[in-house]
Design a binder for this molecule. Structure first.
Ligand SMILES: Nc1nc2c(ncn2[C@@H]2O[C@H](COP(=O)(O)OP(=O)(O)OP(=O)(O)O)[C@@H](O)[C@H]2O)c(=O)[nH]1
Ligand SMILES: [Mg+2]
Length: 273
């Protein structure tokens, strides 16, 4: 299949045309998640440039220093039915960060608003407050963005594996992997690591950045392939899914259970000391 045909399929995608009809779904929400500074915002820039065939621009405020990480969940519309979401990155993955990451990924927090890190039951309150603002009709495809410049220790590998499998359990979709800094020599080791974790779809890009903004055929081609694969995944999932509202309730239950269990553990520890 050539690039123009892939572009046509991406542009024309609609849940209405899926075998079982739309089942309550309207848009694909590409939920980008991953550690701080791994290239989520840069990948959004690259995707916008590739899709709209435009010159480089820092649409998603990718950081040029370590001092301005993304702290909002911001959405970027690619087509009527495909939206990219730049989520707040994570770094230390303690039980509070994990809860926040699940809530973002499960689309339980509002789009286009700041994301705080709450202690105690604060996150549960925010999820309840967000109910009128989040859409069950958004179908989540999780996209794990990882920079191959980072060689993980065995402890860190276990953490990444945990994040990967929780994202799968929460959304019901095996996360699609986007590896950034693809020209780095670690590329095949990191790619194999994700295959071992059970990843089925792995893409590797050299993002457009402030330092390297020149348009490249290779980057555009990989991104169009990636978007086409996203469409195929959504079509495949739509053959099995049943009810958009039920899916949302399942995700909410998953995250609220997590918060509840976490707080019980903390209380037990506090009682002991
Ligand atoms: N060489 C190269 N640099 C990259 C690539 N992707 C991102 N960068 C650089 O890495 C730094 C971090 O990129 P961001 O896109 O801001 O990372 P992020 O994941 O959005 O970070 P947070 O918002 O903190 O979670 C920036 O200086 C980018 O220019 C890539 O593929 N190649
Ligand atoms: Mg960012």
């Amino acid at each position: 299949m050539d690039e123009e045909e892939r572009r046509r399929k991406i542009r024309d995608f609609s849940f209405d045309n899926c075998k079982r009809g739309n089942q309550g779904f309207q848009r694909i929400l590409l939920q980008l998640f991953g550690y701080n500074g791994h290239g989520k915002s840069s990948f959004i820039n690259s995707a916008i440039c590739a899709w709209f065939k435009s010159d480089y621009k820092n649409y998603a405020n990718a950081m040029d220093t370590d001092e301005n990480p993304t702290t909002q969940r911001t959405s970027y519309t690619l087509t009527k039915n495909i939206v990219l979401v730049d989520n707040r990155g994570f770094c230390k993955m303690d039980s509070f960060e994990i809860g926040e990451v699940f809530a973002q990924l499960g689309n339980l927090l509002p789009l286009d608003q700041g994301v705080g890190w709450s202690k105690g039951f604060g996150l549960a309150d925010r999820i309840v407050e967000a109910e009128p603002l989040v859409k069950a009709s958004d179908f989540i495809i999780p996209i794990f963005v990882y920079s191959v410049k980072n060689s993980p220790s065995s402890e860190f590998k276990n953490e990444i594996k945990g994040v990967f499998s929780t994202a799968r359990n929460l959304t019901g979709v095996v996360p699609i992997i986007v590896l950034t800094n693809k020209n780095h020599p670690n590329i095949s080791d990191i790619s194999n690591m994700f295959v071992d974790f059970g990843a089925e779809k792995i893409f590797a890009v050299e993002n457009y950045t402030e330092k390297n903004p020149k348009k490249r055929k290779e980057t555009d081609k990989e991104i169009i392939k990636f978007l086409h694969e996203v469409i195929r995944e959504a079509q495949f999932q739509a053959e099995h899914r049943q009810d958009a509202n039920q899916e949302m309730i399942k995700r909410k239950r998953f995250v609220l259970n997590y918060i509840h269990t976490r707080e019980l553990v903390i209380q037990k520890v506090n009682l002991k000391v």
